[in-house]
Design a protein around this ligand. Structure first.
Ligand code: DC
Length: 205
């Protein structure tokens, strides 16, 4: 059985937590596709060519706390605007989506470009202020020396680049369920996502 759940949206909207929760609930595998771009961006910061880096990714490239840093996030967003980088990562993502037992992929272009025929699509978003506050708290908890203002500016820059690029910009697919998590707890947002996915899954896809 294959069953693909596509979850897209801007940075820090809650996609990661929701994707992991949906995968755990239904026993699906989860791929955070942002990690592929972050791993490529980290290699570029170390001096690699972006397209070569994307084509050469190995499982160990997806490890390391520094993948979550603001510097790597910005590098990821920059390499993600290069069409040949995106092209180098398409097949891996599509093969993951087709794996037996079900798959959840989260990113920016899963429902629009990578898996346009996904069984369920969610577009998870939240207001700029809410997203910045959440990311600020996360970074502070991890010991990072940041201000709310700097986090807000960083997210705004990345969102503008990710949504404004020509190739596979951040976009809600026409047939995606819109989940605005601004006024919701993460538990409530996850419960809603599980309900939306479960309604399709239990009816046999
Ligand atoms: O989801 P994230 O914040 O880890 O993603 C890091 C960057 O990677 C993001 O700014 C844009 C890019 N990205 C993308 O272009 N397409 C995806 N499917 C996932 C991430």
């Amino acid at each position: 059985m294959t069953f693909t759940v596509a979850i897209d949206g801007p940075a820090a909207a809650g996609k990661g937590t929701i994707s992991r929760g949906v995968a755990a609930k239904f026993g699906f595998e989860h791929l955070d596709t942002g990690l592929l771009y972050r791993a490529t961006g980290r290699r570029v910061l170390r001096g690699d060519d972006p397209v070569t880096a994307a084509g050469a990714l190995q499982p160990e490239d997806l490890l390391g706390d520094d993948l979550r840093s603001g510097e790597v996030a910005q590098a990821a967003s920059r390499v993600a605007a290069i069409p040949a980088v995106r092209a180098a990562l398409v097949e891996f993502q599509r093969a993951f989506a087709r794996r037996a037992g079900g798959a959840v992929l989260d990113g920016r272009d899963i429902g629009t470009v990578i898996c346009p025929d996904a069984d369920v699509k969610l577009y998870v978003t939240a207001s700029d202020d809410v997203r910045a506050e959440r990311r600020f708290q996360e970074l502070r908890a991890a010991g990072a020396d940041v201000t709310l203002q700097s986090v807000l500016a960083d997210l705004a820059e990345r969102d503008a680049r990710d949504a404004g690029r020509d190739t596979a910009p951040t976009k809600q697919a026409e047939d995606a369920f819109l989940l605005d998590t601004s006024g919701m707890t993460i538990e409530a947002a996850l419960a809603k996502a599980v309900q939306v996915v479960g309604a399709v899954y239990s009816s046999g896809g």
